[in-house]
Design a protein. Structure first.
Length: 450
């Protein structure tokens, strides 16, 4: 990339980018204020607002969203009559989980084996830095040829919908010709990838009651209906023998058309233990990007340590159901709740409560913005062609923006390739990916301006 002035500028700015990411990672901006102080998130938001002002953004604001968090907004005016591009990232992060399991402290950016480690380094504080790098490179090489809006969310990881509700109440704020969501990732390091689909999701809490209170398992076991055993039966009914998701009435046969995901590569990326098989049928890409997937996120039951010999009167679980594009999340929720009711044994009392939902997303890849990005990525990643992949996760904001601005083109790129281990211990970002994707975004903005 050395013959490209934009690439040369980005390369020269990498030390500054590392220093800034170090500062940003240091904020413990988990948007669950029962775990981490709200002041940490507010400090991160203020840092980003100051960074935007330093780059010449106007109308910079900390938006108080309905879920009690702040999103950061700014506008960088371009030439008169230029197109408008919205750049998105989020500064909130997942909790670090077991901090003792990190090789280096989660909130201290640490370089090791050619990668930068820290919570949020890839997801998605690195995305904030990526946007800044791209804009700085353009400013140093003739200027930014489009109007740029930046929105950096403060509660994406919690799924509480603050920014979605704010955008719906202020639809003019984020209106743009094209939206670049910097919260995805390449299929692997060095392979330029645009994510074109996202699965939707629903969260359902289920409770089963069978008795007025726990009973002695010796005195009553064998005839008294055990709520925990009933719950286990219900949860088991959500999977076929091969592990495929089976919710009555929900199609699980769709096929992914696009980039394939070799099984051995998936085993490596997912760190599947030797001798343990994958679940489901069809290609890996089908299972991840085109079909529903159920996960039991948690069960309320006594821990093994301290357990008593009891038949349990009640038990609860939290179930996540990922739904592919083309499936309405609200309808999937109804099917899941009906399935649970149908498969609850012994006449046990069962209640279900939906506590979260997001629709799936599918992009139109035939638009000019996709061609502009393909051309940009071909320069930023010499010898590579831009690939299309799906994403098994959900970004509910994408559907909100698509609904508010149906004419806008939406592209998903980012730093969360498999080696980044986002949401897990020892999250990291590849500085090479940060460099090349910043170049790609800068060249995209130039190409898209026409």
């Amino acid at each position: 990339m050395s013959s490209n002035p934009v690439a040369e500028t980005v390369a020269s700015l990498l030390p500054r980018a590392k220093a800034e990411l170090t500062e940003l990672v240091a904020f413990k901006s988990v948007a669950d204020f029962t775990q981490f102080p709200k002041s940490e998130s507010e400090a991160a938001a203020s840092w980003i607002a100051d960074a935007l002002r330093a780059e010449g953004f106007v109308d910079v604001a900390l938006l108080d969203t309905p879920d009690g968090t702040q999103s950061v907004y700014g506008h960088l005016p371009g030439p008169e009559g230029a197109k408008t591009v919205l750049l998105y990232a989020h500064y909130d992060v997942q909790p670090p989980l077991d901090e003792a399991g990190w090789t280096t402290p989660p909130f201290e950016l640490t370089e090791r084996d050619g990668r930068w480690y820290g919570r949020g380094a890839a997801d998605c504080k690195g995305g904030v830095i990526m946007h800044l790098l791209a804009l700085r490179a353009l400013k140093a090489n003739g200027g930014v040829p489009v109007n740029v809006k930046v929105i950096v969310e403060g509660s994406e990881e919690q799924g509480t919908g603050g920014l979605e509700r704010y955008a719906e109440a202020h639809p003019e704020l984020l209106e743009a010709d094209t939206i670049v969501i910097g919260d995805a990732g390449n299929f692997r390091v060095g392979l330029p990838t645009v994510t074109t689909t996202l699965r939707g999701m629903t969260l359902v809490r289920v409770r089963i009651d069978t008795l007025a209170g726990n009973l002695h398992s010796g005195q009553f076991g064998g005839a008294a209906p055990d709520a925990l055993a009933a719950l286990v039966r219900v949860l088991d009914s959500l999977r076929a023998e091969d592990g495929s998701t089976t919710v009555d009435g929900l199609d699980a046969t769709a096929v992914w058309e696009g980039l394939e995901y070799p099984e051995e590569q998936f085993r490596t990326d997912a760190k599947v233990l030797d001798e343990v098989g994958l679940i489901g049928g069809g290609a890996v890409a089908d299972r991840l990007w085109a079909r529903p997937a159920v996960t039991v996120l948690g069960i309320d039951c006594p821990p093994v340590v301290g357990a008593t010999p009891s038949v349990h009167a009640s038990a609860r679980a939290l179930i996540s159901l990922r739904v592919p594009p083309g499936v309405d999340a609200a309808e999937a929720t109804k099917l899941l709740q009906a399935h649970i009711q149908t498969h609850t044994p012994w006449g046990a009392r069962v209640t279900t409560e939906q506590i979260g939902q997001g629709q799936a997303f599918r992009a139109d890849v035939s638009t000019p913005a996709y061609q502009a990005m393909a051309d940009a990525m071909a320069v930023a990643y010499p010898g590579e062609t831009m690939q299309y992949s799906g994403e098994g996760g959900s970004i509910p904001l994408c559907n909100t923006l698509a609904g508010l601005y149906p004419q806008a083109e939406i592209l998903l790129i980012g730093l969360s390739e498999p080696e980044a281990q986002i949401h897990a211990l020892n999250e990291s970002v590849s500085p090479a990916e940060l460099e090349q994707l910043s170049v790609a975004e800068a060249l995209f903005l130039r190409n898209y301006a026409g």
